[in-house]
Ligand binder design. Sequence first.
Ligand code: G
Ligand code: G
Ligand code: MN
Ligand code: NA
Length: 254
Amino acid sequence: LKIESSLRGALENNEFSLLYQPIVNLEDAKLAGVEALLRWHNKELGSVPPDKFIPIAERNGLIVAIGRWVQQEVCRQIKCWSTQNSWALPVAINVAAAELLQPEFSTNLIQRMEADGIAPELLWVEVTEFSLASDSPTVDENLALLSKAQIRVHIDDFGTGYSSLSYLQRMPISSLKIDRSFINGLPHNNQELALTRSILSMSSDLGLATVAEGIENRQQYDFLRDSGCKMGQGFLLARPLQASEIEGLRDRSL
Ligand code: G
Ligand code: G
Ligand code: MN
Ligand code: NA
């Protein structure tokens, strides 16, 4: 309850910030992009993790305004990297189901990007399977608009959702992010091994890219690279970092 009431003032009081976690090409361990991750620091509550406040914001609708703040901040950052540093680094944003259910979601995002002069390949949108399973025409229309604008959509936490796989054919998706629960036991857990291999092979058959999440050790990294997974993310490579720290990683192998 305290979270809920404090959350209402958080935007006005400028309590949100973004960290950026590197996503690398597994071939050379260089940056392929970064994922923007929201952080909230409140005077009384201290730092509240997104797992705690995002579900609340989804329920009370505040996620829509918070999401707009994230878009604005990410666009500012992309613009800064591309114009001041001549650095075309894609940034992924996480989009909640409640945002995709807004009829104007994609139109607003595309307009903002156009106004900021941001090339469509520089902003990736991460949505969960759960949002895609909603069977809502609004979600479909939003995804179609993103696709038409050449903005890439990644499925986050892939493999943990509830939906059938039919949406992979139906929806304009460009990449799957394999949930870290599958990466955890690699390469020794036979079940996780089989599931990861199946996801990689299905993804490749469908012409989708894959990002492995939650890579925490060298064995996982090597296994995924050797199994044809193109991109990865996880504490082995880097934790979520400040934008200024990301700049120090340019052209480096992590
Ligand atoms: O950063 P961390 O791993 O603690 O994030 C926990 C969860 O919060 C993840 O599921 C992540 O997708 C989600 N999350 C982080 N930032 C955002 C954001 O800006 N918007 C939305 N909707 N979810 C986010
Ligand atoms: O659901 P989503 O993929 O958006 O969640 C991103 C969250 O995953 C972030 O909060 C980030 O801190 C966390 N994360 C990133 N890499 C790792 C990792 O290697 N191990 C674990 N346990 N969590 C990670
Ligand atoms: Mn994500
Ligand atoms: Na995820």
